[in-house]
Design a protein around this ligand. Sequence first.
Ligand SMILES: Cc1cc2nc3c(=O)[nH]c(=O)nc-3n(C[C@H](O)[C@H](O)[C@H](O)COP(=O)(O)OP(=O)(O)OC[C@H]3O[C@@H](n4cnc5c(N)ncnc54)[C@H](O)[C@@H]3O)c2cc1C
Length: 538
Amino acid sequence: MRIVSFYYYSYKLKENTDNTLPINSEWDIIIIGGGATGLGTALDAVTRGLKTLLVEQSDFAKGTSSRSTKLVHGGVRYLAQGDIGLVKRALKERGLLQLNANHLVNKESFIIPCYNWFSVAKYLTGLTLYDWLAGKFSFGKSKFFSKKETLKLMPGIKSKGLKGSVRYYDGKFDDARLAINIAQTAIEQGAKLCNYTKVTSLIKNDKGDIIGIEVIDTLSGKQAKAKAKVVINATGVFVDDILQMNNPQSKKLVRPSQGVHIVLDKAFLKTDSALMIPKTSDGRVLFAVPWHEHLLVGTTDTPLDEHDLEPRALKEEVDFILNTAGTYFERAPLETDILSVFSGLRPLAAPTNGNKNSTKEISRDHKLIVSAKGLITITGGKWTTYRNMAEETIDLAITHAHLKATACKTHQLKIHGCSDFKENNHLDIYGSDREAIEKLATELPQLNQKLHPDLPDLEIQVLWAARYEMAKTVEDILSRRLRILFIDALVAKEMAPKVAAILADELQQDENWAHDQVSAFNDLADGYLYLPHIPNKK
Ligand SMILES: Cc1cc2nc3c(=O)[nH]c(=O)nc-3n(C[C@H](O)[C@H](O)[C@H](O)COP(=O)(O)OP(=O)(O)OC[C@H]3O[C@@H](n4cnc5c(N)ncnc54)[C@H](O)[C@@H]3O)c2cc1C
C-alpha cells in the first residue's frame, strides 16, 4: 500500500522522523517542552557542542507557540508602559529573526487610525522612538497620513471622526512553521528531539539533585529514562507542573492569561496593511493582521486559574473581538463570519501583590531561575525573543553545571528553510525546501492535487510533513504544518479524510487508524468552529 519510496532529499531530513527515545540515555542537557522557548534552547545548546535532548509531550508548538498573534515585534504596547530595555532587545531580535528565517518572517505595515489629534501626536512620537530604538534593524520609518490618504490605504475603515493615521512597520510570521524549522535546524546540528514524549517524573540522586527524567511515549505507551547534567523546564504555562514534580509545595511561578483570535475572510479589511488599535474600549490592544490570505483579529487578555493544551474561547471574548472590530471595520463581522477561533495561554509571571485579576500588572518579560540543583526553569517572554531567552538559559546552565561549551552561535545561524526566494504563494513558507517539494510533486503526480477546492494546499504537502517534518497525526498536519485548522476549521474538517489516507499510507497504518484519526480530528476541530455553545466565563 505504501506510496513509492522516495529518498532523493537529504538523508538528514529522512532521519527527522526517527524520534523515539532510547530506553536509557545520557545527555549534557535535557529540555522539557517543544514550544518556542524549548526549541530555541535546544538549538542554542547543541550549537555550543552540548549533547542535547528535547522532549515534547504532544507535537512541537502544540501549546502557546502555535497560537500567537503572529507578530515579530518589539512591542509597541510595552513602549507605552516605559519598558524601553525590553522593547530594544525585542527589536534587535526581530531584526535577527528576519535575517535568519526570512522565508517565514515578513515586514508588515501597521496602520493606527486616529480619531483625535492628541492620538496622532502621541503615536507619531512613540513610533518614531520605536524606529530609533531599532537602530540598524529598523524595518522602515513611521509616518502620518491624512484622513483622505488613510481611507485610500485602508478602504474598509470607519471614516466618521477620522483625523488621519500613523503607519509603522513590524514583522509578521508563521509561528508553528518556525517552530518546526527550528526543530529541524537543531536536529541537523546533532540534537535529539522527540515529540509525543511526556515527562512523568524527575529523577533525583541521593542528595535530592535533579539528574534526569522519566518519560512516556504518548503514542505507543513505551516508557524510558534519560539522564543529564542539567534539566531545563521550558514548558510555558505548564512550568509549575514540572516544578511540583520536584517539590509538591513549590510556589506558583506562572498565571495563565488567555488570548483569543478569530479568523475572517480577508475582504473585511481591503488592504495589505495590518490594523492596530492600541487602546480598545477597555484599554486592550487589538490587531487585525492579514495572514495566509485571511484576516486574523485578536486578542483578548483574560486571567485564568487553570491551564490546558486546548484552551477554549469564552463567548464574551469572541463578542469583545467582534464588537471592537465592528467599530473600526466598515462592515461589522458577525458570528457567522468566523472561519476559525483559537485561544492561547500566555505564561505570565504570577503576580506577587495579591491582585490576581489584573494581567496588566504582570511582567511580560521572561523569568529564568535555578529551581533546584540540576533544574533550570525558563518561562514568559515572547516568541520574538526566543533566541535571546535561549542564549541566557544556556549561559546559566553552563555556569550552573560547569559544562564545557563554546560561546553562543545563534545570532547569525540560519534556520532551516531560510531563503530570499518568495513568489507570494502558499509554498513560500517552505523557503529553501520548496524546490524539493515541487520535485517530489512531479515524481508523484497523483499527489500533485489540491486537498480542497477552496485553498491552494496540495496533497504532496501532507506526504512531505509526514516524511520530513515529524508529523505523526492528522492534527499535526492540519494544525501546525499546513495551518488549515487555524484558517478555516470547516475546510480543515473536510480535508481530514484525504489527509488521513495519505498519512496512513506513508506511516504504514491501516484503515481503522485513519478512521480514528479523522474522528479525533473532527472532535478537536469543532472547538475551532464558532458554535453557539461556547461557554460564558464562570
Ligand atoms: C494570545 C497570544 C498571542 C501572542 N502573540 C505573540 C506575538 O504576536 N508575538 C510574540 O513574539 N509573542 C507572542 N505571544 C507570546 C508567545 O507566543 C509565547 O511567549 C511563546 O509561544 C511561549 O513559548 P513556550 O515555549 O514558552 O511555551 P509553549 O509554546 O506553551 O510550549 C511549552 C510546551 O511544553 C510542553 N510540555 C508541557 N508539559 C510537558 C511535559 N510534562 N513533558 C513534555 N512536554 C511538556 C507543552 O506541550 C508545550 O508544547 C503570544 C502569546 C499569546 C498567548
